[in-house]
Write a protein that binds this ligand. Structure first.
Ligand code: NBP
Length: 480
């Protein structure tokens, strides 16, 4: 086979297929391959006319088709499939070639793969890609991690195929070495869980406490999407709520089962946050909310438990609640993003990645599922105050939270009074109150740990580590 393709794509399911088409639409000659060759043939049959493709029957043909240094994008199922493909191709590739893993790999796997390939002289770019299948085709948000050299080899291509933010910049940036890109993508998905859950809670509360039909709530979301809540997820929510089921004519939302599924990146975010000791409570509640919804037998058994009678607000109070929920949703969303950024910054420190949070916000402004107008301000805040820990304390957000905090409390207490679960909003508010509190009950926790387990404690008035002999009422400083 002649050397003719500038880039290769292995894996032609929805993501790989659309990424290959995106590359071809930007003038690249793309070699394509898939484990099951019928998929490659179907791809060429369906999309061959869209651009310059080279169909490779297997790894050898793919490697022979690529110009040097070879650039190979792997878009297969995360986990063992990715390891299998890397093993198959790395035997055939040469030092200086680069493999891009565009799947949803766990960042620890990316670190392992990058180190193993580095030993063989092959560059590895662990790259988060967000935007679903339409994003892959029309412009995703791209989160690469790997060596600067590997990034330089791919940067022109990634810049071409990425989504373009309203200010004209492509949604791609080198986020750091080895697993940094996949870590940022994982947290992106965790925030996505929280964002979706918070929106769902806002909808659910309005549906429960007012006589608004889904179409009217769709109008509320449409209005919100013209303001500071403007985002892809708010817009799609408005569209979903306005949608009628073709089959029954009922609001579409009412004919769906209320048990949500998940693929695992939200769970990874929370598991990793636990390991790092970073409180991502709004994200965790969103993951748990999906799990709880899917425990149908448990829910069925618990349906006997009593709750308050449903009360419907009159028109004026309903309008007031809408305004309060906008504040609560915005403030809770800020907390969820702030928790995600905290997690990225903590991992960056542990793994020595030096991730620039402003670059992360920049990359999330277009193409990805959590794209939102307010990310411009997140980026600007991190740029203006790089050393201020925690996004919430950044001056412009702190001001907004100050204005939102009372309605936020009213919404959470309204939900508790009416028996409507708002776990992510309540967790976000508790996080806000935890961070701003002049004093936390952790002093008592310290004392309890020392009392029953001699775990020692620290004091406000003196440095050092102490233990109290509770039986003798004697405090002693521990040395060494
Ligand atoms: P899937 O995750 O459904 O994977 C299917 C692809 O993996 C097919 O090409 C399949 O080949 C290949 N494959 C499998 Br399965 N086992 C293999 C093996 N042992 N060796 C070689 N190939 C193997 O595809 P997708 O939904 O297009 O997603 C691709 C990647 O992108 C995944 O990592 C996913 O997590 C990530 N991602 C997906 C989305 C999305 O919206 N779907 C968004 C962002 C990221 P076959 O045709 O021979 O079975």
């Amino acid at each position: 086979m002649d050397v003719s393709a500038q880039i290769g794509v292995v894996g032609l399911a929805v993501m790989g297929r659309n990424l290959a088409r995106n590359l071809a639409r930007h003038g690249y000659t793309v070699a394509v391959a898939n484990r099951t060759p019928e998929r490659t043939e179907a791809f060429i049959g369906d999309f061959g006319h869209e651009g310059a493709f080279v169909a490779a029957a297997g790894a050898q043909e793919m490697v022979a088709a690529l110009e040097r240094p070879r650039r190979l994008v792997v878009m297969v199922q995360a986990g063992q499939a990715t390891d299998d493909v890397i093993a198959e191709y790395s035997r055939l590739l040469e030092p200086g070639d680069v493999i891009v893993d565009g799947g949803n790999a766990h960042f620890a796997d990316t670190r392992r793969r990058e180190a193993a390939l580095r030993d063989a002289g092959i560059h590895f770019l662990g790259t988060g890609i967000s935007g679903g299948e339409q994003g892959a085709l029309k412009g995703p948000s791209i989160m690469p991690g790997g060596s600067p050299h590997a990034y330089r080899l791919l940067a022109p291509v990634l810049n071409d195929i990425a989504a373009i933010a309203p200010d004209g910049t492509p949604a791609v940036a080198h986020l750091g070495p080895d697993g940094a890109g996949h870590f940022v993508k994982m947290v992106h998905n965790g925030i996505e869980y929280a964002d979706m859950q918070l929106i769902a809670e806002a909808y659910h509360l309005l549906r429960n406490s007012t006589d608004y039909e889904p179409r009217r709530i769709a109008d509320v979301f449409r209005r919100w999407s013209e303001g500071r809540l403007n985002s892809y997820l708010i817009e799609t929510t408005a569209e979903i709520l306005a949608h009628r089921d073709a089959h029954t004519g009922l609001p579409f939302i009412d004919v769906l089962a209320d048990a949500a599924e998940q693929k695992g990146t939200g769970r990874w975010t929370v598991q990793t946050a636990l390991d790092l000791g970073v409180p991502v409570s709004a994200i965790a509640e969103a993951v748990f909310a999906r799990s709880a919804s899917a425990h149908t037998a448990l829910r069925e058994a618990a349906s006997v438990l009593p709750g308050p009678a449903r009360t419907i607000l009159d028109e004026r109070d309903a309008e007031r609640l809408v305004a309060q929920v906008e504040q609560a949703l915005y403030a809770s969303k800020l907390v969820a993003y702030a928790q995600g950024f905290h997690q990225i910054q903590a991992a960056s420190q542990v793994y020595g990645w030096n991730v620039n949070p402003a670059a992360v916000a920049d990359v999330w402004r277009a193409g990805c599922i959590i794209r939102a107008s307010f990310l411009d301000r997140v980026r600007d805040s991190f740029t203006a105050h790089p050393n201020l820990p925690g996004l919430l304390a950044h001056p412009s957000f702190a001001r907004e939270l100050g204005a939102a905090q009372l309605p936020w409390r009213l919404v959470v207490s309204h939900a508790a009074r009416d028996g409507v679960p708002v776990p992510a909003m309540a967790a976000a508010l508790a996080h806000y109150d935890t961070l701003r509190a002049p004093r936390l009950p952790a002093a008592l926790t310290q004392a309890q740990r020392d009392f029953f387990g001699a775990h020692t404690y620290r004091r406000n008035d003196r440095p050092g580590t102490f233990h109290t002999r509770w039986d003798l009422d004697r405090s002693e400083e521990l040395r060494g």
